[in-house]
Each structure stands twice: as C-alpha cells, then as structure tokens.
Design a binder for this molecule. Sequence first.
Ligand SMILES: [Zn+2]
Length: 110
Amino acid sequence: MSTQTPAITKDTARHVLWHYGREGGFQPGSFTRRLMEAMDAADIVNLAILGSVYPELAAALYTAKNEPNGIAELQRIAGGLRCIRCKDTDGPFGGAPQQPLCEPCLKAAS
Ligand SMILES: [Zn+2]
C-alpha cells in the first residue's frame, strides 16, 4: 500500500459507514457498492492494486476496519458524530467508539 494517506471526503466516509452498517452511512451507487465489497474481500496484494486506483476508498475502508477509532473518525468526517454528553459536533472525539465524547466532556468525565 502507498505510504501517503489521501484525504477522505464526506461522501466516501458516508459510503464506507453504509458498507459496515454504521450510523451516518449513506448508500452509494451500485458500482461503489461492488467496489467496496471487492476491496473488503481482497487479500493484501489485490487490495494494494485496487488501492492504487481508488486510494481514498481504500484508505476509508482501512480506517473503518483497522483503526481503533476508525468508525468514529469516519462519522466525524461524515458530519454525523455528536458528543453523547453535550451533543456538540466539534471534534476531536474520544471515548468508546459507540459513545463519543468531545474533548471538554472527556476531560470533565475523567
Ligand atoms: Zn461534549
């Protein structure tokens, strides 16, 4: 895989959230749906090949699957993430991925 991390757009974040059935997701067209299925099923060699052509989508799928707070990060990009305590949408967020807390609330809670 490339060492560069492409910026993940709002649309791609929403598509990947949809792919994993997470809140904030939005169903893409049939091509993108099938492309995400193929990337999700691909071994590392084939994922690298697909990622060289679709780097942003590969980065978003990788983030969702492998980063500790990947789903929360995609939800933040998609604009669907809210602090469970103050309902603010400003990141960065911490806490458990299912219970995001904004930085001030996270400090207040610890
Ligand atoms: Zn908060």
